[in-house]
Design a binder for this molecule. Sequence first.
Ligand code: PLP
Length: 414
Amino acid sequence: MEGFHRLNNALHCEGVSLAELAAVEGTPLYVYSAGTIATRYRAIDNAFRGYPHAIHYALKANSTLAIARLLRSLGAAADANSGGEIDVALRAGFIPEQIVFTGVGKTPAELAQAIDLGVRTINAESEGELDRIDRLARERGTRVRVALRVNPDVDARSHPHISTGLKVNKFGVPADAVRDICRRFAGREGLEFAGLHTHVGSQITDLDPLRRAAATIVALARELKDDGITIDHLDVGGGLGVSYDGAKVPSADDYAAAVLPIVRDSGLSLILEPGRNIVGPAGVLLSRVVDVKDRPDGKVFVILDAGMTELMRPMLYGAFHRIEAVLCVSSSDEIVADIVGPLCESSDTLGKDRRLKRPQPGDLFAVLDAGAYGAVMASNYNRRPMPAEVLVEGERPSVIRRRQTIDDLLALES
Ligand SMILES: Cc1ncc(COP(=O)(O)O)c(C=O)c1O
């Protein structure tokens, strides 16, 4: 858990007591460790040192401005998945040449925004999109650097909802269509074929799919070269998983050792788009117990003040997160409980059948490894204001996003 540790049994983020932080800022509360983000970013950067590469942090994992700024200060570039993420990247200080623009359904307005700014590359999803980019570029008298997103038909062996590289998935173009598409579009005045892109899924803990996806685009780059189309980079996407249950997972070094031998001979520079691997283990969601309800079958419901509105992953993907008491509970009564949220949905369950010491209302819990795809997926369902977020650097906690109020919410309505 890296930046998180216990001191006299109380969970801390770097030098800050999470119990004290929650007492001041309230709950639900996201807390991130800046040190963990830096360590994890550098681990990837170091793993690929010696080979030309750029780390385009996938903003979709966590795009709170201060997190984006921190990654920029560490040397990252950005991967944006919408016009909104491009705006956030710019406000975080990234320059357009540091942004790659990805996304399965980019609107004409979003494409125009990216072209007018002059982003580094647009990762193009389809022939239709190449056509739209070409038209918009010619209207502006410019040429746009594109990388065609390849669907290599590789099973990421992750959860089906976060696997993107099978031919039944909506992403990219089939590998066997790439050569023909590139031949047909290579002469377009508005397009410059700069690279090939792939991304086969998220939370990948088996390196083989990542290896196979890389091998697919390396082979395609060779074929394009034979056709006189020379690209300058390979974008292997993100996807490297983290350990949610404490089991061993491949490290950044393992990942580089899997990918680099495949890519090296191509001589093409690499773009990496990691998100989860950098920020996932760097965040926790703090939440207080609202009620403890005994069930007729002997099990217990521990009802928290955070649920699917703050952290969707368990409900969306059946994702597992460890959930720990922030201060060790004095009770010796051990229970088996479903740890649930306060929303009017039975799917609003953060942890099923967890063995823990019987807590009391008011006790504080931490949902671990919640830094990626947590706060960014929060919603206002049941009119719940979004939680505050705090970034800890050593002894210093900073509120990087204040808690939303009902007034913020209603300000949009008439
Ligand atoms: C195109 C693309 N790149 C990068 C990422 C980041 O993935 P991860 O957070 O698993 O590294 C995603 C997320 O699914 C994605 O769709």
